[in-house]
Write a protein that binds this ligand. Structure first.
Ligand SMILES: [Zn+2]
Length: 384
């Protein structure tokens, strides 16, 4: 099976390279916003039309010609993807890109042949730790010390700045052999507030309080930011600090997610989970008010996405029950429904009909598992 895997390296730049990279961020933001405003006027503008517009825009705005041209095409693809998400009602109407402490641009690998020789615009030398990027040239990289060769072909590179650090994330297409130990087990998982994950085997994984330290830092910096003059030097400095805290939070989230997901996948063949409303997984500016909830939702989104790709890689089955399935209100013993369980403060399910008393999240995860079994049987009936 072919999978895309990203390798993220820290990169070290000269002053000139840094300037050129900042310029590339700026130019891509400019192009994206320019095309977005044209698209606002004429919605019929296709991806192909937008690509054809690049040379004209380059003539009009000569600075666009000074950077990696391939990255401009990638920005067009990004805008096109944003619109497709909007048309499919997965995302909102694309918004203008603003200056932020976190910036990135992407560039694709292009292979060309000239007089029997093959040329590539992106090169990597893992032994000497050198990455060659179009227009930027050679940069030294750090990370993956033991890796001497990529196990596949490079597809693209995303160059990013996070706070005051720079990274290159190299996307590689790899062939993986799937060998999995089969456990013949099915598990239901509930995403909770007391523990991040509660399984139908009554196992608890991950403490939602992992983010407390970062939350207070973010809140403090946001307060600072609101007092500073927008666009001023200090404002930008605070933005960079804020980005740094968000980066650390993201890494902490990644770590906790990996731990939880690898355990669940190791012990089970079929994993049943709730499906989360994508709109709840909004990006960070929308829900600034409720930081706690926002971080928790992002963590849940992360857990589900990781479950999705890991179960694919490891040949396990992931079943998502409908977001309308009321896993918390049903009694796992007698199937009666108790609407009062909508109240999140009720930590225990007490069934009036059959007398079943069970912890709220465990009841929910058991129901999710039963619903998964039902869907599995139904699916087999339809397919077979
Ligand atoms: Zn009952």
């Amino acid at each position: 099976m072919l999978i895309n895997k990203a390798y993220k390296f820290r990169i070290y730049l000269t002053k000139e390279q840094k300037e050129l990279i900042h310029k590339t961020f700026g130019c891509n933001r400019f192009l994206y916003n320019k095309l977005l405003s044209l698209k606002k006027e004429d919605d019929s503008l296709s991806r192909f039309d937008m690509i054809k517009l690049i040379p004209t825009l380059k003539e009009q705005y000569s600075f666009l010609g000074e950077i990696d041209g391939c990255s401009l095409r990638c920005s067009v693809f990004d805008l096109d993807t944003a619109f497709n998400r909007f048309y499919k009602k997965i995302g909102g109407y694309p918004r203008y890109r603003k200056y932020e402490a976190k910036s990135s641009y992407r560039t694709n690998l292009i292979t060309s042949e000239y007089r029997g020789k093959v040329y590539e615009n992106i090169k990597i030398d893992l032994n000497n730790k050198i990455l060659t990027l179009p227009k930027i040239g050679n940069v030294s990289i750090r990370g993956y010390r033991k890796l001497k060769e990529f196990p596949g072909k490079i597809i693209n590179v995303t160059v990013s700045r996070e706070g005051n650090k720079y990274y290159a994330s190299i996307c590689v297409s790899e062939r993986v052999e799937v060998t999995t130990h089969k456990t013949m087990k099915i598990v239901g998982i509930d995403l909770g507030v007391k523990s991040l994950v509660i399984t139908s085997d009554n196992e608890y994984y991950g403490n939602p309080k992992y983010s407390l330290k970062y939350e207070s830092k973010i809140k403090g910096l946001q307060k600072w930011l609101s007092r500073q003059e927008k666009g001023s030097k200090n404002y930008k400095k605070t933005l960079i600090k804020l980005e740094e805290v968000y980066r650390k939070l993201k890494n902490a989230r990644k770590k906790i997610t990996e731990e939880i997901v690898s355990k669940i996948i190791k012990y089970n063949d079929v994993i049943v989970t709730e499906s989360l409303d994508i709109k709840r997984m909004t990006n960070r500016d929308k829900n600034r008010k409720n930081l706690r909830k926002e971080i928790l939702n992002a963590t849940f989104g992360n857990i589900i996405r990781t479950l999705e790709y890991k179960s694919k890689w490891l040949d396990k089955k992931l079943i998502k029950v409908s977001p309308y399935y009321k896993s918390t209100q049903i009694c796992n013993q007698c199937n009666s429904v108790d609407k009062s369980m909508k109240d999140l403060n009720k930590r225990e399910y007490r069934c009036i009909k059959c007398g079943n008393v069970i912890e709220r999240d465990l009841n929910s995860s058991l129901n999710i598992m039963y619903e998964g079994v039902r869907l599995l049987v139904e699916g087999n009936r339809i397919n077979g």
